[in-house]
Every structure is written in C-alpha cells, then in structure tokens.
Design a protein around this ligand. Structure first.
Ligand code: FAD
Ligand code: DHB
Length: 378
C-alpha cells in the first residue's frame, strides 16, 4: 500500500496529526498496535491546556468536550495543612479544561475521515519511509513516529539521537473512584508523607494520585490503605474527602526524557516517542499535540510547493517548547514531592518556594502561565 504520510500510533499525537493532514488534503494512514477498545479505555491524562482545546475545537472534534469537559479557572496548592488558590484566569486570562484523554481519543477516532488500522501487532520500520505490517508493507513519503515511549520509531533511529534523561525516586499511584469530587478544583498537595493530587473526570467520578515508592506494587496498596493515605495527605480545614468504590488503579513511573533531534531523514518523532515529562505539570498530552501541529504545518508547506523549511525547522521549533515544559514539569515535581533522602535543608527550600508561589503575584503568574500553556515561542 502507498500513502503520503504513514503515522504509527493512535494516541493523541497520531490521531491529531491524522486530522490535521486530512483537513489539509494530505493522505495518511494510522497504524496502531492495539485494538480500538484498548486505546479508547486507557485512562491517562485529564488536563487540557487552553490551546489544546482551541485546536480540537478548530478540528471539529470538540462538541462533547464542550458539553462534558469541566472548565477550571483556578487550582489549589496545599502545604503545611493550608490550601491556597492560584487564580489561573485572573492571572493569565485563560483556563484549563478537565476532560479525560481517553474521551479525547474516542472523539478523534469517531470523526476520523482517514483510515486507522487497529490491531497491527508488532510493526517493523523498513526505512524512514516504509513500515512492515502483518498484512504487507505500507510506504509513504514520510513516517510520523507517534507510537509513545515504548514504540518502534525511536529505537529505529536511536544511534543518531542524543538522549537527556532523569529518573525520580518516586512514582504515582493513580485511582479512579466512583464518587463525586470533594472539591470543585484540582488540589496539588505536599504533606509530611509526600505528594497527593485530587482531580476529577465528571460530577460523579474522582481521579486521585498518591506519591509512592518506585518499586511498590499495586498489591501493597489495598483500597483501604489508599483512602487512608489520601485522607491524611489531603486533610485541611473545611475539606472532607468523600470515599467510594475504586474502579481502576495503576502505578506510573516518573521520568524526564528528551531525544534530539526529533527527526532523521523522512522519519519524524512526535509526542511521548520523543519526550516524557513527569505528570505533575499535566503537560504530556498537550506537548504531544503541539509537536504534531508543527509537523502538520511543515508537511502542508512541503506538499503545497516543495518548501522544506518547515520540516527542517521541526525539531528545533518543537524542542524549544519541550525544554520549557521539561523545566516546568521538573520544577512542579521537585516542589511538590518528598524525596526519600530529602534533608531538612531541602524541605525548607520547598516550603519557602511554595510560600513564594502563593504569596507573590509574579511567582503565581509564572506557575499559572506555564500551567495553562504558554503562547508563542517560549
Ligand atoms: P501515547 O498516548 O502513548 O500513544 C502512542 C500510541 O502508539 C498508543 O496507542 C500505542 O498503543 C501505540 N503504539 C505503541 N507502540 C506501537 C507500535 N510498535 N506500533 C503501533 N502502535 C504502537 N498529560 C497531560 O497533558 N495532562 C495530564 O494531566 C497527564 N496526566 C497523566 C497521568 C498519567 C497517570 C500518565 C501515565 C500520563 C499523563 N499524561 C498527562 C501524559 C499523557 O498521557 C501522554 O503524554 C500522552 O499520552 C502522549 O500521547 P502520544 O500520542 O505521544 O503517546
Ligand atoms: C491529572 C493528571 C495530572 O498529571 C495532573 O497534573 C493533573 C490532573 C488528571 O489525570 O486528572
């Protein structure tokens, strides 16, 4: 089979790229390892930046997002037992929308006017223009590697990439609970036991996260232990955490990771295939969407008249934002987690930083503008 752009992976990056190319009249096919049901049920991110919502709206895939998504104009930071609100909209003029990543994926698949081939199993890259599947070779002018952190695209070009990485001495245990959110906004908490996050998916579903040790297993965390830890870590005046049945739970390692350049020849890496951020800043999905917007612009210029300037600038343009977001995610993570070896000096620096962020309009604005998503070329 022959097409113009072969896209590997039906996550947010691959699907948004498919929509952008289809709208520009560029032919593409998405090849996905897993089934449609699998990708539509994978519970992951929940926070969409203002710019991500705008792009999805522009693509005509945001009707349900606007109906069901929860617009948040602020977030809370809880430390030393006191919660402080960062008024995002007041400080930046913009807000975030809480809407599950799997819902975004469902909406993108439902409206796709381009082919998506699910259950492709283990794919193999033959070259930077051709992908081998169980049903034969799919050839294009370009390949977009949107296959996440564990995909096949990055290993194919690994030898020519520089890798930057950092691991953290903790992980997140995430749970989805059938109980109404206990507060209207997200609460990022640092307690003497470590980090906790109160988030949500709908008026009846709460999403919660807890810092745990990286080697801990789900079996170590029966539901009662999870609720007890959340109760302690999120406790503050006027707040009651409502418990309910846990529908889903999982442990996610935390790492910062970047490869450069994000291109070799005709193969372009986008989203988690090229970079990972720790989830504290809620940035991974948003950054993936930004990459493919830049890539689609470059491909559009190429197909409009052979102009390769956009494609040549792809990696540098993306990496500018990637590094800004890496810094923000690392900063939020360091400020809000308790490292097992944290000495009293480090703890006091964290508390001082948190007091400064909630007490200074300049510092609060720094957090807010990064959190809602910087505009322009940061
Ligand atoms: P993926 O979503 O990983 O998609 C890659 C796709 O490629 C998958 O469908 C996969 O099945 C497929 N694939 C893999 N290998 C192959 C192969 N060999 N062949 C074919 N297909 C393949 N981000 C935010 O912006 N906000 C948040 O609030 C947030 N919270 C998070 C919370 C958690 C617990 C986690 C784990 C992540 C969170 N993230 C968040 C990060 C976000 O989920 C990712 O950054 C995002 O999924 C990246 O999208 P992607 O399309 O690049 O990769
Ligand atoms: C959610 C995930 C995040 O990583 C975050 O920073 C905030 C919210 C969520 O899944 O709701």
């Amino acid at each position: 089979m022959r097409t113009q752009v072969v896209i590997i992976g039906a996550g947010p990056a691959g699907l948004v790229l498919g929509h952008l190319l289809h709208r520009a009249g560029i032919e593409c096919v998405v090849l996905e390892r897993h089934s449609r049901a699998h990708v539509e049920q994978r519970i992951r991110a929940g926070v969409l930046e203002h710019g991500t919502v705008e792009l999805l709206t522009d693509l005509g895939v945001a009707d349900r997002l606007h109906r069901e998504g929860l617009v948040h104009t602020g977030v809370e930071l809880l430390f030393d037992g006191v919660a402080h609100r960062i008024p995002l909209r007041e400080l930046t003029g913009r807000a975030i929308t809480v809407y599950g990543q799997h819902e975004v994926v469902k909406d993108l698949i439902a409206r796709a006017g381009f082919p998506i081939r699910f259950e492709q199993g283990a794919l193999r890259l033959r070259s930077d223009r051709a992908v081998e599947t169980a049903e034969g070779v799919v050839e294009g002018d370009f390949v977009a590697g949107c296959d996440g952190f564990h995909g096949v695209s990055r290993p194919f070009v690994a030898g020519s990439l520089r890798v930057y990485e950092r691991d953290y001495p903790f992980a997140w245990l995430g749970v989805l609970a059938a109980t109404p959110p206990s507060a209207e906004e997200l609460i990022y908490a640092l307690s003497d036991e470590g980090f906790a996050l109160h988030s949500m998916r709908s008026p009846t579903i709460t999403r919660l996260y807890l810092q745990v040790a990286p080697d801990e297993k789900l079996d170590d965390w029966p539901d009662e232990r999870i609720w007890a830890a959340l109760q302690r870590r999120l406790a503050h005046d006027g707040f009651t955490l409502t418990e309910g049945p846990i529908l889903e739970k999982g442990i996610t390692a935390m790492r910062s990771f970047v490869v450069a350049p994000m291109r070799r020849g005709r193969l372009f890496l986008a989203g988690d295939a090229a970079h990972i951020v720790p989830p504290t800043g809620a940035k991974g999905l948003n950054l993936a969407v930004h990459d493919v917007k830049v890539l689609a612009d470059g491909l559009r210029r190429f197909y409009a008249g052979g102009d390769e300037a956009g494609l040549d600038a792809y990696s540098d343009t993306c990496l500018r934002r990637v590094w800004r977001v890496q810094h923000f995610s690392w900063w939020m993570t360091s400020m809000l987690h308790l490292a097992p070896d944290a000495d009293p000096f480090t703890r006091e620096l964290q508390r001082s930083q948190l007091r400064y962020v909630v007490g200074s309009a300049a510092a609060a604005t720094t957090l807010a503008e990064n959190y809602v998503g910087l505009t322009g070329s940061p």
